[in-house]
Design a protein around this ligand. Structure first.
Ligand SMILES: [Mg+2]
Length: 304
């Protein structure tokens, strides 16, 4: 099926200024920025773990597979340039499945000017597995890392958190433009994307930065889906618990000094809300503040 698929794909790819040679040869030629540094990330998703092929439109799966990579580039405040896509397809209906995955992936690539530079497609007796490598370039400001937060910094998040399992984990829009805009206009100390859960990812940011954090629990912006998911589970869990630990929100978690955070919250430069949720402290560990009490908070989330 590979040559038939390649023909189908090449007819759908737009010309891209960074793509000197696209799919069809043994390797692609991609022109990256002259800065000498490329930003590279890879993500692997598989049926039964990251999505359920039996109950999900493959176009949504294709979208997700690329979007999680773009979210990682956004987390570094890097500009996406190109992606290579590796598919391991179940034998039955492989061509149709590959086409449907790309029908979900290509509009996202076009929206962020990502050249689909190439990839590999195989069939096997196992489940659908998608591995996408994305290439990006730093802006003139350099990249945004997770190890730059300092005690006293404020913590902020984009958007709303929790309940991603009700659909956002498939259909989210990676915060590429948001990250580029914020990094260009504001002095951010650290940033990452929330892929595995707010508390778990925050604990990673804190560990990298050598600090701890206090979360103002009443300030966590709850997605309506967090409450809907809690009610659907009916297990006594709360919307707040889901916002703290569900993961796959793919929002940005940022650290900035107090004056910058105050400007961000007042100016609200994005189409999605920017919310101050806590601050970094010198003491290692995570704490939740609620009703005048300060309690240790477990770093919960999705462990791979
Ligand atoms: Mg990440």
């Amino acid at each position: 099926m590979e040559s038939e698929f390649l023909e189908w794909l090449r007819a759908r790819l737009q010309p891209h200024p960074a793509l000197r040679l696209g799919p069809g040869d043994d390797a692609a030629l991609v022109r990256l920025a002259d800065s000498g540094t490329s930003v590279v990330t890879v993500d692997l998703v598989s049926d039964g773990v990251d999505f359920d092929l039996g109950s999900t439109d493959p176009r949504r799966i294709g979208h997700k597979a690329l979007a999680i990579n773009l979210s990682d580039l956004a987390a570094m405040a890097a500009r996406p340039v190109a992606a290579v896509v590796a598919l391991a397809l179940p034998r039955a209906g492989a061509l149709e499945l590959a086409q449907a995955l790309y029908e979900g992936l290509l509009p996202l690539a076009a929206r962020y000017q990502v050249a689909v530079a190439g990839g590999d497609t195989n069939t096997w007796d196992g489940p659908l597995v998608i591995a996408i490598t994305a290439l990006g370039e730093p802006t003139a400001r350099g990249v945004l890392r997770r190890d730059g937060a300092r005690p006293g910094d404020c913590l902020l998040v984009t958007g709303r958190l929790g309940g991603s399992r009700l659909g956002k984990h498939l259909d989210f829009e990676p915060r590429v433009q948001e990250a580029l805009l914020l990094h260009e206009r504001y002095d951010l100390h650290a940033g990452m994307d929330i892929s595995d859960g707010l508390t778990l990812d925050l604990s990673r940011l804190c560990q990298a930065s050598g600090c701890g954090a206090e979360l103002d629990l009443a300030a966590i912006p709850l997605d309506a889906a967090a409450d809907a998911w809690a009610r659907q589970l009916g297990d006594g869990s709360t919307a707040l618990e889901h916002a703290l630990a569900d993961g796959e929100d793919f929002e940005l978690l940022l650290a900035a000094d107090e004056p910058t955070a105050a400007r961000l919250v007042t100016e609200q430069p994005l189409a999605v809300p920017l919310t101050r949720i806590g601050r970094c402290v010198a003491e290692a560990g995570l704490w939740g503040l609620a009703g005048g009490r300060r309690e240790a908070l477990a770093a919960r989330g999705y462990l791979h």
